[in-house]
Design a protein around this ligand. Structure first.
Ligand code: FAD
Length: 430
């Protein structure tokens, strides 16, 4: 019979260039592929039956099941492992090593079950281009980037020669059929692969700041591991240094969380830990519902809720508006994004929220984005605003960009005056 490993897929839903899957084949004679869809995890992220994020997970699992005989269990993670390990001799459970705090906690809970059944849990690093433990001390992203760039390991590996084992557990086809998805298919595994092949990386630097033009849209694909980070890197490298730099930002936030674990709860900048946020419930509600009276902000919230993804420029505008105009604690925004983003990543989201709230690592002491100027500069024809707020499509663009100067007929008035609030923010952050 030989030795048996269960390969636990999590955020690496692909057979190609999967270092942990390769390791499983080196360790054991036969490998049984398993993916768990944990309903508790889905509900903690607010994912219901009509959520595009559910459609994406199902599509990725279905696509993976086309590559190997995948078992899918739709139950609480620890219970799924109890079932998978009971009554059979399993030598190893192999999985990609999670870097997020919640990912680590989940693996540790599973480790207890695995060891109780006499098997060994093996974790393999697969999610980053650089072994982040090898990176020294840095005060800025630029200096981090220098070391990161020298250490990148972007070698792509082929699919291992599969020696799969089938267990007496539900197969993907059966389990996936039982999970009801009633929403619109916005994201899919096929879409990810198509995007990786067709995206013109050479346009990235010129277009990346204009939200009416989609950026690569690869973040959900990276998030679920439908494509590997090394494949993305190899495609981008010859075409766009600016894009590679963004991949480094992702790892910079991972590295920060690893170096400063207290930032899970606290601001990285110590002197900014005691800010007295106003947290006005009416303003928080207006923000969350996309009724701030600033079309660029409200369009962003609409995109977040419909598409479950928002362009980076607009994420910045939203983050600055929430914290510097509405004077609301950045944690409220962090949580709102957690509940909606298809690319939600605990560490990247946290790092970006701290950055945009000027409480994280940033050589600039206080950044305040003016929503009027941002709209004029980055949405010059209001294509973005009108895409997400079609009810405003007949209004002249200059009115939509500057709701403080022009009254937008039939639209909610600005809930705050940016210029007055920016002065307040400066006092609050002093
Ligand atoms: C407040 C806020 C919250 C965010 N939360 C998340 C999150 O939860 N998950 C997430 O993946 N990204 C997050 N980002 C970063 C960024 O907005 C998204 O990665 C990007 O918009 C994804 O779209 P894309 O793949 O088309 O990006 P592109 O612009 O095409 O960039 C390519 C890749 O580079 C990486 N990247 C780009 N910008 C950043 C950045 N600022 N920080 C870290 N990595 C970056 C991503 O992996 C992205 O897929 C956040 C940004 C802000 C300002």
């Amino acid at each position: 019979m030989g030795s048996l490993a269960i390969y636990w897929f999590k955020r690496d839903l692909r057979a190609r260039d999967n270092r942990a899957l390769i390791r499983a084949h080196q360790l054991a004679d036969r490998v049984a592929p398993l993916f768990i869809i944990d309903p508790e995890l889905l509900s903690s992220l607010g994912i219901g039956a009509d959520d595009p994020r559910l459609g994406f997970v199902l599509s990725a699992a279905r696509s993976l099941a086309g590559e190997l005989p995948l078992h899918v269990l739709y139950e609480k993670t620890e219970e799924a492992f109890e079932r998978a390990l009971s009554g059979r001799k399993v030598d190893y459970v192999v999985t990609a090593k999670p870097l997020t705090w919640s990912g680590r906690e989940r693996v540790e809970r599973v480790r207890a079950v695995v060891e109780r059944h006499g098997a060994k849990l093996v974790e393999v690093e697969d999610e980053t281009l650089v072994d982040l433990r090898s990176i020294g001390n840095h005060q800025t992203f630029t200096s981090f980037y220098g070391e990161w760039r020298r250490k990148v390991d972007g070698a792509v590996s082929a699919i291992p020669r599969l020696r799969t084992a089938e267990l007496d557990l539900p197969r993907a086809e059966e389990s996936l059929k039982s999970i009801e998805f009633k929403g619109e298919m916005v994201w899919s595994a096929e879409g990810c692969r198509e995007r990786l092949e067709s995206y013109d990386f050479s346009l990235y630097e010129r277009t990346r700041n204009f939200p009416a033009i989609d950026s690569s849209l690869l973040s959900p694909c990276i998030r679920l591991g439908v494509v590997s980070i090394r494949e993305v890197y190899q495609k981008a490298l010859p075409k766009s240094e600016a894009f590679v730099r963004q991949l480094a930002w992702r790892e910079f936030y991972y590295w920060l969380a690893y170096r400063f674990p207290e930032t899970r709860k606290l601001e990285l900048r110590r002197e900014r830990r005691g800010i007295k946020w106003e947290n006005d419930p009416e303003l928080m509600k207006a923000f969350e519902e996309g009724r701030t009276g600033y079309p660029i902000v409200d369009a962003g919230i609409r995109e977040l809720k419909r598409r479950k993804w928002v362009h980076n420029r607009v994420r910045l505008i939203l983050g600055s508006f929430l914290t510097k105009d509405l004077l609301v604690d950045w944690r409220f925004g962090e949580e709102l994004f957690r509940k909606h983003l298809v690319d939600y990543d605990e560490l990247v989201n946290l790092g970006n929220w701290q950055w945009v709230a000027s409480v994280g690592i940033d050589p600039v002491p206080l950044r305040i984005f003016n929503p009027v100027e941002q709209a004029k500069k980055y949405d010059p024809d209001c294509k973005y605003i009108k895409r997400w707020l079609p009810e405003l499509s007949s209004h002249p663009c200059h009115e939509l960009q500057d709701p403080l100067r022009y009254k937008i007929k039939g639209y909610v008035e600005p809930v705050v005056d940016h210029y007055e609030r920016a002065r307040r923010a400066k006092e609050l952050f002093r």
